[in-house]
Structures are given as structure tokens and as C-alpha cells.
Design a protein around this ligand. Sequence first.
Ligand code: MN
Length: 503
Amino acid sequence: MKNLAPIELWYVTGSQHLYGEVALKQVAENSRKIVEALNASGRVSVKIVHKPVMTGPAEIRNLVMQANSTPECGGLILWMHTFSPSKMWIGGLTQLNKPFLHLATQFNRDLPWDTIDMDFMNLNQAAHGDREAGFIHTRLRLGRKVVVGHWSDTKVQDRIDTWARAARAWHDLQGAKLARYGDNMREVAVTEGDKVAAEIRFGLSVNGFGVGDLVKLCNEVSDTAIDKQCQEYMDLYDVVADLRKSGSRHQSLKDAARYELGFRAHLEGGNFKALTTTFEDLHGLNQLPGFACQRLMADGYGFGGEGDWKTSALVRAVKVMAHGKPGGVSFMEDYTYHIDPANPQVLGSHMLEICPSIAKGKPKVEIHALGIGGTSDPVRLVFDAPAGRATNVTLVDLGNRFRLLVNEVEAVDVPPMPKLPVARTVWKCLPDFQTAVAAWIYAGGAHHTAFSYAVGTEHMEDFAEIAGVELAIIDGNTDVREFRQTLRTNEVYYHLSQGFSNA
Ligand code: MN
């Protein structure tokens, strides 16, 4: 994946001096065994690093300062092996600027009923140590994830991984750069937003670039590089006869390759992680660069159409969360409805830019006319997305804050659509079409989303908690009345909790 930095999580165990050196050695040993087991499980996608047992406030402060200033540290996993008086955590935790997970576990899974004595009781105090830790986290109003269960349980390991993926997406956004080629589609509201607030809240900067800068780089691409690129398309995809080397429209494929390489030169030169384009600003490009955007998304770049930088940033974040998992992630648009009362569905697509990471089978490279954009016919990848559980996520700018909105959906087999020359997916909304669409509209959700088979609601919950933003969820249990009341309550809560930062 392009531009993805390695990260690690620090496993920090809480204790105190009361139990004596022998007990503390045992605590450290047990803690090390848990870290080894989690790393060996193959279920946690980020490396976990064992840190010394914490027994006092100065140590904790020092550790937090190290975590804050270690670029590859993506967050902490805190475990209270014994009772660790939590006043000693205040100084450190109030300074911590990385996310943390509280793992409520115990070294022994089962109690040794026949042999249990006071030594055992002293050593295994997570049950009340967790309450002491939890109180101070809550008292300090710290966002975190609490995972409960034995560390050997695969469900526990999977929940740690879910959080680790969210923490990685967060880590990836800090200092990330998004290139916006051209501005917003004229008069469109939902793709607009406060870029200063976004940088304060999410850590990524969004800056505009003239399409002329790109065109210059496109024009500098060599014929050799273009031919090599076209060969890659031949190897990866089913390229229609017209676009092949001997075909009558091969020049269009060469133009598409030129754009892809020109975009890459700009994005790599500026170390960008995401981009937007707009069909209203294409000066010097003789076809819409949708194919280039599809190819870039497949490499992990975030993308949003029509200047939609919020969705582009979100696509990048979801792609980082999904990294290494089966399924895929794409920019998506709720395009058109199949509104049969007995079987309502949504056809998701875009005029060109759907990511081939969600393709079922080998995508086709085709060329067709497109009324939008006023340029010559654009090349594009055409494919169906598979059936399966998926998640649609959007990021809304409400003026005083951001809201993440999730809808769990069930993608179905795509029916044949021989005349539709774009990549597509078809889904059913949970809990049902009427509820989901009404709730989405009440929440102010956009038509653009990050659509994913690999990332679920819990990933987004963890990400929202880390970012400190509202998350509204439309799932199998959603009731419109309750959902609307939650939105109203959230208006008050976020207004108070975020004060004047307005981000
Ligand atoms: Mn669109």
C-alpha cells in the first residue's frame, strides 16, 4: 500500500510496589508471555512491543513522553495485572496524545479452585485493578476502547486487531497530505466543508493544485513508460479489442496511461496519500481521468469525486484499516434505486471511479462516451462487485463538528446490466430500505461514501472514539424514532463537549 508507515503498539502493564520484587517479576514475566502470544497468534495485524511494568507516577510520565515522541508508536495497550492505584496514572494520561486500549484480562483463565490461596489472590487482581483504572479513565474523560476476556480467546484478539487497525488509520492521517485538483463541483453543498476544522480534528491537510501542474507532468511522460504501462493493463485486465495495440482506439488507452503516470508523478513527488478531481476543471486533459483514479485507489490512495476531500480522506482511512484483509474498499455513490416494495435495493456506482479492489473477477478495460465533462470518451475499468456483508461510511460536516455515519448493508449478486458501462455494486440496506434511507437522510449523510467489504462498524466505532467525533450507526437494530432522538441528544452533547474548538 502506498505511503503506509509501519507502526507498533506498546503493551504497558500496571502494578505497584506493595507486592514486593518477587511478585513484580512474575507480573513482568506474565505480561511478556501475553505479548508473545498475541504477536504469535497471527490475528493482530500490528506488532505489539512489551514495555516494563509501571509502579509509580514518574515512570508512567516518562513512558507517555516516550510514546508521544516515538513516531512509530501508534498507541498503548494498558493491562492492570494487579491493583495499580490510579492517581499515579493522572500525570501521564493527561499528557498522552496517542490512543489507548484497556485490556481487561487476567493471566490465568481458570481459577485453581483446589489450590487458590492469598498469594494467588494478590497476584491476580485485574478484576478490581480494572475498576480502579477504568475510574480514572472515565474521570479524565478519556476516549478509549475496553476489551474484556481472556487474552488467548480469538474473539478478544480479533477485537484488539479491530482497534489496532483504527489506531493505524489514525496514525496514518496525522500529517497526511491530500491533493485537491481543482475545486468543488459548483453549487454542491455536501462535498464542501471546513478544511481547517478537518486538520484540527483529523490531522490531515487538504490543499488545492491547479490541473495545469498535472498536465505538465502528464506531458513529460515518455512513450516508453506509456507502452510499459499499457502492457501492465494487458496483463492485469481484459482489454477490449479497440483499445489494444492493433486496435483503432489504442491512442485513448495511451492517453489514459499518460494521465495515470502524470498523476503518480505529482502524488509521489508531494508525498500525498489522497486526491480529488473535478470534471469541471480539466483544462489540458482530453479525457476524464477516471481510469487513473481507479488505478490509484487500487494502490491505496484515497479518492473523492467532484472535489469531495472528506470522502477521499475517509477512503484512505478505511483502506488503511482494511490493509491485508480480504475484501476491498472503494469510493462509492448511492446512484439509483430499485424501489420494488418487495425487494428494494440500491445500485452503487459512479460515473467512472470505482476501485477495482472490490471487483469480482477480472475487470474489463472499456471505452465509452460520457456526457459529463465535455471531453473525448474516457477509458474505464468495468466490473461487478461481489455479494456479501459490506459497510457504507460517510463523513458529514455539520458546521460545528464532524459526524461519521455508517450503514451496514448486504451486497447482492449484481444482475446483468449489458448497457451500463461502469463498475457497480447492488446492495440491500439494514435494517430495511425505508428505515436506512430515512435515517441516512435525517443524519445529513452524503451520496458519496467509503464502501468496504473488509471493514465493519466496530472499526468505525474505534476510529470515531480515537478521533473524538460523533458516530451515528444504521444497522439491523435501527429504529428511526430512536435514531432521530440520538441525533438530537448528540447535538447537545457535542456542542458542550467540544466547546469553542468547532472541529
Ligand atoms: Mn459523485
